[in-house]
Write a protein that binds this ligand. Sequence first.
Ligand SMILES: [Zn+2]
Length: 278
Amino acid sequence: MELVVIVRGGGSKTDLFYLNNEAIARLGIRKMNYKIIPLNVGNFEALPKQVCMYRMYREITYEAPCIMWYIQGTKHNIIVDLGPPDPKQCLENRDIVIKRTEGQEPENALRSAGLSPEDVRTVIMTHLHWDHAQGFHIFKNAKFIIQRKEIEYATTPLPCHHYLYYEKNVGKPQFVDYLDKIKIIDGDYQVEEGVNCVYIPSHTPGSQGVLVKTEKGSYFIAGDAVGLFESWDTTPHVPSGIFNNLEQYYESMEKIERIADFVLPGHDMKIFDNSIYP
Ligand SMILES: [Zn+2]
């Protein structure tokens, strides 16, 4: 049995009904029963922890996963974020060790969740940092949803952030070759009923998270705005060590507090304590 709220007229009057599944289907009421599956597409061997937690843990590194998220139950088989380039490229272009097993190759990771890349119709990019934005080519039938401000900044970043978008030996970020497949948005945006892009600068100027309504509350895929569970659980919340405007960053965290029941961070291995959310 489900409790259904019917709003009549101008929204001033509501009725409550208990309906069984058959009645729900007959009335064409769509049940939002989304699940979120985190897919590990490679690990930083040793990421300085201060990258995720500003001014803390300056001497500590940790093994940090790169996460692709699959929102199961969506019409468009929505994916959030891609991942880093292959480990060889990371080493050659960045001197960074990314460890990736065969099962963590993005296509294989998707298949392990029962999805083929061709089935994906929408990819939401939280932002365009290099470790989130490689592998556009495997999603042949998808459009990519990116904030306008992120595209603008990724093409002309401040000198200190240039390395976050450009590979050493490559003249442009990868998304530039896929502009015809990109849907540019400005601010908050509904992708499907119950799946919303939420604009949350300022890990980058065009950062966005994805709010997913589930039967157990609203889950927020935060990208790198929240790096670790610890970043969010600490009072007050701790911003990433990479940002453009700290004042705006704190406003974004207040926005997340207002809308989300659960926050899923961008680079925390503890995410994989659960294979599916909720
Ligand atoms: Zn980032």
